[in-house]
Design a protein around this ligand. Structure first.
Ligand code: NAP
Length: 292
C-alpha cells in the first residue's frame, strides 16, 4: 500500500547515516561519541529497551556504557552516578531509563544531567530551547515523527496540524516542532470538546494518547497524513496479545493520504533518533560541526 509510511526502513537509513558520520568524527577529530544508559531496577520492558539501545549504539560505532543499579538504589546514589557521568569526558550522552522506582524523583534526576549531555531533550534547559526555537536537543519520538513527516510531505508550512495528547514527552514537543515548521497547530486532550470534529480539520494528525484504536477513519480528513505514536498491547487471537496504535488502522488507512502503522511506524524511529542526539551532543561538546 503506497500510503504506508515505513518507519522501520527510514530508521535503518538514519542509522546508516549516523554510522557514516560517527566514522567521520572519529577519523577527522579522534573523538568516539559515547552514550551512557542508566537502568534502575529490573522492569522487563526497560531491560529490553536498554539492551537494544546498547546494541544499536555499538553498531553505529559509538561507545556504549551501561549502568545497572538495584531497584532499591537511593536517589543520592543515582545523583552521584549522574555527577560522575557529567564529568566523564568519554561520555557525551546520558540517558536514564524511565520509569524510575518510587523513592526517586524523576524530575530531579533528569534535571541533574548536564543539558549538553541530555539525549532525551527532557532537561528544562532543552525544553526551554525548543520552546523558543533555539538550538538544542529534541525528544526522540517527536523528532522521529517530524523526520517521517518531512520525508513524506516535504515542506509542512501552512498545514493544519492537530496533535492529540499533551504529554511533556510527546504531545507538547511534537506541537512545538510542528509550530517551528510553520504549521497551524491545535493541541487536543482529554477535555477537548468534539474531538472527531477537531481531528477532521487536520492535514496532519498526530495521535499520542495511549488509547487503543480510539481515532477512527471517519475522524480523518481524506488525504490527511496520520502519525500514530500510540503503542498499546491488547488481546489478540488465540490467547495471544498484539500491538495496536491510537488510530484504528483498518478504517484510517482507507481515508488517509499517508499513515504510520503500529508496529513499524514511529516506534523504530525512537532509538535511531536517540543515536542521532548522542552524536549531536558529542559534536557540540567537542566544538565539532556535525558532518554532512
Ligand atoms: P500520556 O502521558 O498518558 O498522555 C496521554 C495524553 O492523551 C494526555 O495529554 C491526555 O490528556 C490525552 N488523552 C487521554 N485520553 C484522551 C481522550 N479520550 N481524548 C483525548 N485525549 C486524551 O502518554 P504519552 O507518554 O504521551 O504516550 C502516548 C502514547 O504514545 C502511548 O501509547 C505511548 O505508549 C506511546 N509512546 C510511544 C513512543 C514510541 O513510539 N517510541 C514513545 C512514547 C510514547 P490529558 O492531558 O487531558 O490527561
Amino acid at each position: 500500500m503506497g500510503n504506508i509510511i515505513d518507519g522501520k526502513a527510514f530508521a535503518e537509513k538514519l542509522r546508516a547515516e549516523i554510522t557514516r558520520k560517527v566514522a567521520a568524527i572519529k577519523e577527522q577529530h579522534g573523538v568516539t561519541p559515547g552514550l551512557a544508559v542508566v537502568l534502575v531496577g529490573e522492569n522487563p520492558a526497560s531491560q529490553i529497551y536498554v539492551r537494544n539501545k546498547g546494541k544499536q549504539t555499538v553498531e553505529c560505532g559509538m561507545n556504549s556504557y551501561e549502568h545497572k543499579l538495584p531497584v532499591e538504589t537511593p536517589q543520592d546514589e543515582l545523583l552521584d552516578l549522574i555527577s560522575q557521568l557529567n564529568n566523564d569526558p568519554d561520555v557525551h550522552g546520558i540517558l536514564v531509563q524511565l520509569p524510575l522506582p518510587d523513592q526517586i524523583d524523576s524530575e530531579a534526576v533528569l534535571n541533574a544531567i548536564d543539558p549538553d549531555k541530555d539525549v532525551d531533550g527532557f532537561h528544562l534547559t532543552n525544553v526551554g530551547r525548543l520552546s523558543i526555537g533555539a538550538d538544542g536537543i529534541v525528544p526522540c519520538t517527536p523528532l522521529g515523527a517530524i523526520m517521517l513527516l518531512k520525508d513524506r510531505l516535504g515542506d509542512l508550512k501552512g498545514k493544519n496540524a492537530v496533535v492529540v495528547g499533551r504529554s511533556n514527552i510527546v504531545g507538547k514537543p511534537m506541537a512545538a516542532l510542528l509550530l517551528q515548521e510553520h504549521c497551524t497547530v491545535t493541541i487536543a486532550h482529554s477535555r477537548t470538546v468534539d474531538l472527531p470534529a477537531v481531528c477532521r480539520h487536520a492535514d496532519i494528525l498526530v495521535a499520542a494518547v495511549g488509547r487503543p484504536e480510539m481515532i477512527k477513519g471517519d475522524w480523518i480528513k481524506p488525504g490527511a497524513t496520520v502519525i500514530d505514536v500510540g503503542i498499546n498491547r491488547i488481546d489478540g487471537e488465540a490467547g495471544k496479545t498484539k500491538l495496536v496504535g491510537d488510530v484504528e488502522f483498518s478504517s484510517a488507512s482507507e481515508v488517509a493520504g499517508a499513515i504510520t502503522p503500529v508496529p513499524g511506524g514511529v516506534g523504530p524511529m525512537t532509538i535511531a533518533v536517540l543515536l542521532h542526539n548522542a552524536m549531536q551532543q558529542a559534536c557540540r561538546i567537542n566544538g565539532i560541526a556535525v558532518p554532512d
